[in-house]
Design a protein around this ligand. Structure first.
Ligand SMILES: [Zn+2]
Length: 328
């Protein structure tokens, strides 16, 4: 990680850009001035370089983790949740997230191995060749190991709540799709959105149907984008990549992207296909890392689900226990 990871992006809000050991090589977290202390939004994946980046940020701001009096998580994917326990050990500050994300934290990071067994079967149903599955599973373990220590207590926030953070009042909004219970935060006075991984520039947020998802993540995501068009936003602060100046333009691009992707997916199903073979055609890539493969398949499955709900394609299960899609 180069030089200084911290910069002020709005009055009293500092973005901390933390390194990630993936193709998407960073995550944006935010420190918000909150009276005499600070509120933290999202935490990073727990690696030595990320700890060093936090230390550099604290030095710049002349604070310590003990000055953080509250931690909020947009969602529990490892790049956002992974250092919550590391912080908690230093400050015992409350960690707030939606009830659904709290449940997912238990399921994904609860340490009962639920994820490992269910995920293996899911990859098989998607039609991934057996010899590729161990590398994906190893990737999951690699990531999961970087979410330790886990915080012992998680508290909840509800969509519709308002939070006072320093001079700001943040309205809590539900933003499903990327993760079932993702929350984003809107400051109406400043027309500012803390948009999590719901609306990003340069990359489209991964909208996947995963083993533990509630149904129809892509349908819920598209509905949410439509609802968010009603909010005046001059600046959005996202979980990855650059700040968003043209909120409405970006929402329109994301909707257009998924409309085109749905068409493309429908064509790729052709006379019949697994999730894996459809992914190959839609993404035109044989060079995915195991980590990228699982995102490509989950994303493809989310699009197949919407097409199936529309009655454009049908699904059955093969004798080998794989999902099989074909035109109606
Ligand atoms: Zn993320």
């Amino acid at each position: 990680m180069s030089d200084n990871p911290v910069r002020e992006v709005a009055e009293g809000i500092y973005q901390i850009r933390l390194p990630l050991p993936f193709a998407l090589n960073h995550v944006n977290c935010y420190l918000l001035r909150d009276g005499a202390g600070w509120t933290l939004l999202d935490t990073g994946l727990n690696t030595a370089p990320a700890q060093a980046a936090w230390q550099a940020a604290f030095d710049t701001l002349h604070i310590t983790p003990a000055d953080i009096q509250r931690m909020i998580l947009t969602h529990v994917h490892p790049d956002h949740y992974g250092m919550a326990g590391w912080f908690y050990e230093q400050n015992h500050a409350p960690i707030l997230l939606s009830p659904r994300e709290r449940d997912l934290a238990r399921l994904l990071w609860g340490g009962e191995g639920l994820l490992a067994t269910a995920f293996d079967a899911y990859l098989h149903r998607c039609g991934m060749p057996a010899e590729q599955i161990p590398a994906v599973m190893e990737g999951l373990v690699f990531t999961a190991e970087r979410t330790f220590p886990h915080p012992p207590v998680l508290d909840t926030l509800q969509a519709g709540d308002s939070l006072r953070v320093g001079q700001r009042v943040l309205r809590v909004l539900s933003a499903p799709g990327h993760s079932d219970g993702q929350l984003i935060f809107y400051d109406a006075d400043d027309q500012l959105m803390l948009s999590g991984d719901h609306v990003l520039m340069h990359i489209t947020p991964n909208i996947g149907l995963w083993p533990d998802n509630e149904p129809n993540p892509l349908g819920r995501y598209l509905q949410s984008l439509e609802a968010l068009d009603a909010y005046p936003v001059r600046l959005a602060l996202p979980g990855h990549k650059t700040l968003i100046q043209d909120w409405h333009g970006r929402l329109a691009e994301l909707r257009a992207h998924h409309a085109a992707r749905l068409q493309h997916t429908q064509m790729a199903v052709g006379a019949g296909a697994t999730v894996y073979t459809t992914s190959l055609q839609v993404f035109q890539s044989q060079r995915f890392s195991p980590h990228e493969w699982r995102f490509a398949m989950a994303e493809t499955l989310a699009h197949l689900e919407v097409l199936q709900n529309r009655g454009s394609i049908q699904q059955r299960e093969t004798d080998e226990g794989r999902w099989w899609f074909s035109p109606v």
